[in-house]
Design a protein around this ligand. Structure first.
Ligand SMILES: Cc1cc2nc3c(=O)[nH]c(=O)nc-3n(C[C@H](O)[C@H](O)[C@H](O)COP(=O)(O)OP(=O)(O)OC[C@H]3O[C@@H](n4cnc5c(N)ncnc54)[C@H](O)[C@@H]3O)c2cc1C
Length: 389
């Protein structure tokens, strides 16, 4: 078993680290000052110019197939890059990527949606959640009714990431009430904003806002179905499953940055004539954080490695997301505690991370849903305890 990174992996990791330190971290102060101003957390033209700068350095489509102009670096490298990007508060990601389910479109749909998304000229959003259907997506009520060679969509979606900026949405609607949603009842549609859906931001405790989407008699041509009629539910699950280990990877980078801040502060903050670093109470918080970060790192990399081997990694992805998001929330809490009153102020990024990280325990499957998946896999024998796979 070899845990060392290859020379190529180290080189890419170091290059991304330098990009984060030189281009992104200097923007953090300004970002803290402009909180709430931009729904993506950062001024859109600045975001675009950073992506173009990264593209010039070769960071484009890091996990996109080469036939679509990507670098196809694989899941492990993508996880290592996510760890580096997680080190800054700036919510940046490299361009040249598209949602996994857009690759399942027909040739025309790939031309109209997939390729422009990869190129960065069109922006997508994934709209499954509704006011009464989150953890249980089989409860969605948005409907699509056939009318000639169109479908007419009515309903409301909520908490849709990127929904305020998106040019089109992948929206999930009930197309047959007589069939179970998981088996024939739900269909996914590719719907341009010009077809008539509207959006408005949902203010949150974090630094960026998802959107509510409204569909009122939105007419969609029938060739805008992604996949087949009635096959939407499995597409939705496929989308959600793609990123759980990436959330854990990003949490590693964030927690490492926070832990470094705590170590530096503990060394220089003196109370009762001694640095607080000399106190066991502080040392244990540092040590517990390091242990949990290290555990998350390997959980995320194992889930990513399984993805690279084309193995089913849903169990490992759930474990990584459950543990990693909890870890990041515990670490930021300890790091705030170590900083005392300063940690609570807006002078430092800690309080912002404290708020932003909370959502990692909610989106893409809550803690409780990850517990459910892990326990189900054990109880139904989908995974074998003690097996090496
Ligand atoms: C910032 C943000 C961005 C998001 N982005 C998107 C997006 O882009 N697209 C999209 O479609 N959705 C998105 N979501 C929605 C997100 O996936 C849901 O919020 C999440 O799945 C939980 O659903 P809910 O909010 O309806 O909570 P509910 O499902 O109502 O759950 C409420 C509570 O009950 C618990 N619970 C529910 N069922 C069970 C159970 N069976 N056993 C035990 N406990 C249970 C939950 O864990 C939770 O604690 C986003 C949410 C947020 C906050």
């Amino acid at each position: 078993m070899d845990f060392t990174l290859s020379d190529e992996q180290k080189m890419i990791q170091q290059t991304v680290r330098r990009f984060v330190e030189r281009e992104l971290m200097p923007l953090e102060n300004e970002m803290l000052q402009s909180e709430g101003k931009y729904s993506t957390g950062i001024e859109p033209t600045l975001f675009h110019s950073l992506r173009m700068k990264a593209k010039e350095m070769g960071f484009w489509g890091i996990n996109t197939p080469e036939e679509y102009g990507g670098a196809n670096l694989g899941a492990v490298m993508t996880a290592l890059i996510a760890m580096e990007l997680g080190r800054t508060l700036v919510p940046f990601s490299f361009g040249g990527a598209a949602d996994n389910i857009l690759y399942l479109g027909n040739e025309q749909q790939k031309k109209e949606y997939l390729i422009p998304t990869i190129e960065g000229t069109r922006h997508s959003c994934f709209a499954l959640t509704e006011p009464r259907a989150g953890s249980d997506p089989s409860a969605i009520r948005t409907t699509a009714v056939k009318d000639g060679n169109h479908w007419v969509i009515n309903g409301q979606k909520v908490f849709i990431t990127g929904g305020n900026e998106a040019d089109f949405t992948m929206v999930f609607a009930v197309t047959d009430r007589n069939k179970p949603p998981q088996n024939g009842g739900v269909t996914c549609f590719l719907v341009d904003r010009e077809m008539g859906w509207t959006s408005r931001p949902v203010p949150t405790m974090g630094g960026w806002s998802p959107a509510e989407l409204f569909f009122e008699n939105v007419r969609v041509p029938e060739d805008h179905i992604l996949g087949e009629v009635g096959r939407g539910f499995s597409l939705g699950m496929q989308w959600i499953g793609q990123g759980r280990w990436l959330i854990a990877a990003r949490c590693v980078g964030t927690a490492e940055r926070l832990l470094q801040m705590a170590v530096d502060y503990a060394r220089q903050r003196v109370t009762f004539g001694q640095p607080i670093a000399d106190r066991q109470a502080i040392q244990w918080m540092l040590a517990d954080s390091k242990v949990e970060i290290e555990a998350t790192k390997w959980l995320a990399l194992h889930a990513a490695w399984k993805a690279d081997q084309k193995m089913d990694n849903h169990h490992e992805a759930s474990i990584a997301k459950l543990y990693g998001s909890g870890m990041a929330n515990r670490v930021v809490d300890r790091v705030m505690q170590i900083h005392g009153g300063m940690g609570y102020t807006r002078e430092l990024p800690i309080e912002r991370w404290y708020r932003d990280l909370r959502v990692t325990r909610i989106y893409e499957g809550t803690d409780e849903i990850q517990h459910f998946i892990i326990a189900r896999d054990l109880l139904k024998g989908y995974v074998k305890i003690g097996a090496w796979e």
